[in-house]
Write a protein that binds this ligand. Structure first.
Ligand code: SF4
Length: 340
């Protein structure tokens, strides 16, 4: 039997991360859920409570701390699905939901941490409950993508009342190869990424790539902007080359507790990016055929003072949220122009 808890522990220790896992959580309730407004309509984002990410090495990431070090079986996971669909806000909004993003702060397609039975149950409940679903997004690392499994999930989705696209969301994080793999410890080569996109192309799926702006100490604010710009150019080229729709989810980095980034922040050696620079980086996507969504929520995982949202940023946040709903690049220009 595989020692998944051991893999999680060694991955966490390998990057010097010190956070604890969440063993107190009620396993019949999802870890988190929230709604987002995007240009695709209303989005339901759900993070199921499962065993934590098996990789667990990425330098500034403490997402696994919301999950368990131990296995969460299919019965509690199915109970989480039921809990989700019984929530009054989900019941109230279910007819307006156009996109559902399924996460477990790791890899939904890793069958060791997310039960296949529960995944099938979730698909059935989505078809029964969200009749206007346009896109189903699943977060995963590329190594867990199993094409026959996706073919099956696609067939299940096609039985829903509305044509639904399957989107796979992966953490690309940083364009610079050395920073991505040697410093941030993402463990993702461009070769693996392009094979993943080629596989999606065969099945007509779409991709979403998470990027982080200024994810490691030692990068200046300008380095952070430039890296995102290079990632946008690369992803735009790959989308055209493989004829796959690639959306970008750009997360300004926050200082996650229990990570080496938090230590460098406490020592005054790191500061999160400012929102003006996030707008500046995202502006680069205008006309490139890759829609951008700005992640403006730290999921309550930042240390005090470690967020990218600072006092007085509220009007800027409103502009950026409006950009998420409209893809109106004029709003980004305004943010950059108002804070030259
Ligand atoms: S970024 Fe994703 S793959 Fe990396 S440790 Fe965090 S949850 Fe795991």
């Amino acid at each position: 039997m595989k020692d998944i808890a051991g893999q999680i522990e060694s991955g966490t220790a390998a990057s010097g991360k010190t956070y604890a896992f969440n063993e107190e959580h009620d396993p019949t309730r999802p870890a988190q859920m929230w709604f987002q407004e995007s240009d695709e309509g209303l989005v339901l984002f759900v993070v199921f409570y499962t065993q934590a990410c098996r990789w667990s090495k990425c330098l500034g990431c403490n997402l696994p701390s919301k999950c368990s070090r131990f296995h969460v079986g299919y019965k509690p996971l199915i109970a989480q699905v039921d809990t989700l669909f019984a929530m009054p806000e989900v019941e109230e909004k279910r007819l307006s939901i156009r996109k559902v993003i399924v996460s477990n702060n790791g890899s939904v397609l890793d069958q060791e941490t997310f039960s296949s039975t529960a995944l099938l149950y979730l698909m059935a409940k989505l078809n029964l409950t969200i009749p206007n679903l346009k896109t189903l997004t699943m977060e995963t690392r590329p190594e867990y993508v199993d094409l026959p499994e996706l073919e099956f999930l696609k067939r299940a989705l096609e039985e829903g009342d509305t044509p639904t696209t399957l989107e796979l969301a992966i953490g690309f994080e940083v364009f610079d190869d050395h920073i991505r793999n040697n410093i941030f410890k993402k463990g993702l080569s461009l070769e693996t990424f392009e094979q993943f996109i080629a596989d999606l192309a065969r099945y007509g799926y779409t991709a979403k790539c998470y990027l982080m702006q200024k994810p490691v100490p030692g990068m200046t604010d300008l380095d952070g902007v430039r890296d995102v710009e290079q990632a946008i150019d690369y992803l735009s080229r790959i989308a055209k080359e493989y004829r796959v729709r690639i959306g970008i989810h750009l997360n300004p980095t926050f200082v996650a507790h229990g990570t080496p980034l938090a230590e460098r922040f406490a020592a005054g050696e790191y500061a999160p990016p400012v929102l003006r620079d996030v707008a500046r980086a995202a502006l680069h996507a205008r006309g490139k055929g890759v829609p951008v969504f700005l992640g403006l929520y730290d999921e309550g995982l930042a240390v005090p003072g470690g967020s990218f949202i600072r006092a007085g940023d509220e009007p800027t946040v409103e502009d950026l949220e409006r950009f998420n709903r409209t893809q109106d690049f004029g709003l980004l220009e305004r943010v950059v122009g108002e804070h030259p």
